[in-house]
Design a protein around this ligand. Structure first.
Ligand SMILES: [Zn+2]
Length: 617
């Protein structure tokens, strides 16, 4: 079969799928399709019958969720059905209310479900837990777990959880992606049988947008967080990647490193949160594990890394912003029921832990928010040498010759390996250190950048009259554009910066952004162009890479001749270049360009980063 025939065949198979009931919005399971992708092809999962199954309510219970009503516990309701169920809960319980916090690009309301005994306003002395599901809508375990838990808080004897804590649940963050639903969204994942899509309507991955804040969903989320200031933020996902015994893994930045942007918070998470979660999950028949990423798909025992997740991710951002953030990754090959129940246990235990230890966490947040490090490590890369060896609960596997790939492939066998693995663990290390200036000056003409800083909650001083300030300006060295788009942006890399002390006049509307504030580290990471998480690196300043004006040969040649005659040092430099670089010597345009760059006619703002640094010097 030639390639064109194969494409034609796939298209007709696709047309069949599109016409099938499986693709409609009612999320019914596929019934009549016999394509190979409807046959089970995932590795088996170990049998599981954890104690947390007692949390499930009978299908006949008036408050049973759609997940519980499904005999296979493999179903998650769509946006409308989810909202309908929460509206009913809201109407029936004084403890529950719904708060809209944004509108998606496709016009859907984004909402949070708030559980509190405080009525309309939170008692500020109570810690706040924010549990967020569906930033990746195919990974929706937190929604169905949250529905059960809120129901149990409202009606089934768990209202005491709210005595000392408030809970905000975002059941679906990426609401548009959630409605791009089908059985074919998550090929590596065991349930629910209809799943949402990873990216948004604008094809964006929201868990890369915590810093640049391009997307309305993330701007809305940031607004909600600034309003309620959660003490603990759970970002609930499902993994891809290798098989292992653990069904619930979780982690946070600072966990595995000698350093942390938020050391006191990391210590609280390490000492108080993690052991409590592990004990609760184990007590309910789950197998909690550390958040790790395999480094070699072909060799599961080659080692694990911490992923080096930077500030574009929830947990990286949380560490820099001093918002205690835990990334939960349930294991994709475990059945949906097991994952949802594990998530329920983890959210419930998080509430109990906050009730018990919330004051200590508040102190840790305060301590970390007061940090003003003079040097800020950035641009993390995997460490080439392992930091330690870890004991790991592996799943047995074998390899076989695949006629499809023409090489050895892994076949996971779905059985716990009775022998614990000893596996090297690789951390991450910074490849750049950024010095913290006193402030940055953002010119009024980049109102969009100023707006993004505001959305972050960063404080700034706005100029009402123009002002001339002595600042350090950065000349960008050897900028290169990435060869492909990433998240709708074309990233820009630079080899370095050269600093120039300048008196710069800022127009009214320009802002001074002090780094002496709790979000000061975020400011530096956003505004230093060498930071891989900066607005510049994401490609938000392409205009400074274009040079404007030029000089005709008939003008620059005689001017250059006069420069040579007038300046012996310049002549010596020029002649050295001629003898060192024959290509340059043979290129008349390049020679004239060399002189042009040394005249005051040359574009002074070419590759000049428009945000100034205010330093003590
Ligand atoms: Zn995810």
């Amino acid at each position: 079969m030639n390639a064109a025939m194969r494409v034609a065949l796939s298209i007709s198979a696709l047309a069949l799928l599109l016409a099938s009931p499986a693709m409609t919005q009612d999320r019914q399971p596929p019934t009549s399709i016999a394509a190979p992708w409807d046959l089970p092809f995932l590795p088996p999962a170990p049998q599981w019958d954890g104690a947390s199954r007692a949390l499930l309510r009978d299908a006949g219970d008036p408050w049973a969720t759609d997940f519980e009503r499904d005999p296979a516990h493999d179903f998650s309701p769509n946006y409308a059905a989810t909202r309908g169920w929460f509206d009913r809960l809201d109407a029936a319980s004084d403890l529950i209310r719904i708060e809209a916090f944004g509108t998606s690009p496709e016009g859907r309301q984004m909402y949070a479900v708030i559980a509190s005994k405080d009525g309309g306003a939170f008692d500020p002395s109570k810690p706040v837990l924010l549990a967020q599901a569906g930033i990746h809508p195919g990974e929706i375990d937190g929604k169905d777990a949250g529905m059960m838990l809120l129901r149990d808080i409202a009606f089934y004897g768990k209202s005491d959880l709210l005595d000392r804590v408030n809970l905000i649940l975002i059941p679906i963050l990426s609401v548009d992606g959630h409605e791009r639903a089908s059985p074919y969204s998550r090929p590596n994942q065991r349930g629910p049988r209809i799943q949402g899509w990873r990216n948004t309507a604008t094809n964006q991955n929201l868990n890369r947008d915590f810093m640049k804040l391009d997307q309305v969903e993330m701007r809305a989320l940031r607004g909600l967080m600034l309003k309620y200031r959660p003490d603990l933020y759970l970002d609930i996902h499902v993994t891809d990647g290798m098989d292992y015994q653990y069904d619930v893994t979780f982690g946070f930045n600072g966990e595995n490193d000698a350093w942390s942007r938020s050391p006191a918070i990391a210590a609280w998470l390490d000492d108080r949160f993690k052991p409590a979660m592990n004990a609760a999950l184990e007590g309910q028949g789950h197998i909690p594990g550390e958040l790790v990423f395999g480094i070699d798909d072909a060799n599961p025992k080659a080692g694990f890394s911490d992923g080096g997740l930077g500030e574009r991710f929830s947990n990286g951002w949380g560490s820099a912003a001093r918002v205690p953030t835990v990334l939960i990754e349930n294991h994709s090959l475990k059945p949906y029921e097991q994952r949802v129940l594990g998530t329920y246990v983890l959210i419930e235990e998080s509430l109990r832990r906050l009730a018990k230890d919330g004051a200590a966490l508040r102190s840790a947040i305060q301590a970390d928010s007061a940090l003003r490090p003079a040097e800020i490590p950035a641009n993390f890369q995997p460490d080439p040498t392992p930091a330690s060896t870890r004991t790991f609960k592996g799943i047995r596997y074998e390899t076989y010759d695949s006629p499809a790939s023409g090489r050895r492939e892994i076949r996971w066998l779905g059985q716990a390996d009775p022998e614990p693995w000893q596996v090297p663990f690789f951390g991450s290390r910074p490849t750049l250190t950024l010095a913290r200036p006193e402030a940055y000056w953002v010119p009024a003409h980049r109102a969009d950048i100023i707006e993004r800083l505001r959305l972050h909650g960063i404080e700034m001083e706005t100029l009402h009259d123009g002002r001339t300030v002595s600042v350090e300006m950065l000349r960008l060295q050897q900028p290169t554009l990435a060869g492909r788009a990433n998240e709708g942006r074309v990233a820009v890399n630079i080899a370095g910066v050269e600093t120039e002390r300048r008196d710069w006049t800022y127009a009214p509307g320009s802002v001074r952004v002090s780094t002496d504030q709790p979000l000061g580290d975020v400011v530096v990471l956003l505004l230093e162009p060498q930071s891989s998480e900066s607005f510049f690196a994401w490609g938000l300043f392409p205009e400074v890479l274009s040079r404007v004006e030029y000089i005709e040969g008939y003008a620059i040649a005689p001017l250059a001749e006069r420069m040579l005659a007038a300046d012996p040092a310049l002549r010596a430099e020029f002649e050295a270049r001629l003898s060192a670089e024959p290509d340059f010597a043979a290129n008349g345009d390049a020679r004239l360009q060399w002189f042009y760059e040394r005249t005051p006619f040359y574009d002074d703002r070419f590759q000049l980063y428009p945000i100034g640094r205010e330093t003590g010097a």
